[in-house]
Design a protein around this ligand. Sequence first.
Ligand SMILES: [Fe+2]
Length: 230
Amino acid sequence: MASRLIVPTTKQLIKTFATSAPAAGAASALPKYTLPTLPYSYSALEPAISGQIMETHHTKHHQAYVNNLNNAIQQYADAEKSGDLQKMIALQPALRFNGGGHVNHSIFWTNLAPPKEGGGGKPTGELLTAIEASFGSFDKFKDTMSAQSIGVQGSGWGWLGYSKERQRVEILTKPNQDPLTELVPLLGFDVWEHAYYYLYGPARAEYIKKIWDIINWQNVSERYAAAKKQ
Ligand SMILES: [Fe+2]
């Protein structure tokens, strides 16, 4: 029996990458994804992450994922319209990479907060209970999340996510910009060199050690509460 080829429609693709609803265009135009505004200034996360890194990361790297995603979706829609299946399939790596880049970074920015505005410390309430149930203690979770994120080969992400099947929080790493699809993403660590190299050089472990000082546990807790309701 031939395996079924899954080629999503343009409409389904747009839904996949909608961390927030894309801005509506003209009636006949495709919706466009846009760069989200950061809820803090570029220098607000210092000294853990420098203003220079934040500005480049947001305005150059994330913007490039947004631009390339919009371009790829336009090309995909054109290919779908003309029935060019080969082109639709050929575009899928670009959609995965740039769509994942947009989704991952959109979560990452909200996972962070300046220390003066509540960043750092540890979670409380139901999220803390869930972390303790899965890892034994918050410190053990921190050690495991750090070690797994530092250990990502090449570029990628370390994630804390919620498993709907197992009803627990778990850690998973992903290569490149692959989006986290196995779990509902709660907290992501961007371990691409563009996230830390200007400040830490190749010392990814130092960057991960400092990132704990700027985690927005309120945001992670809200994501956990929403994930349990899905
Ligand atoms: Fe990044």
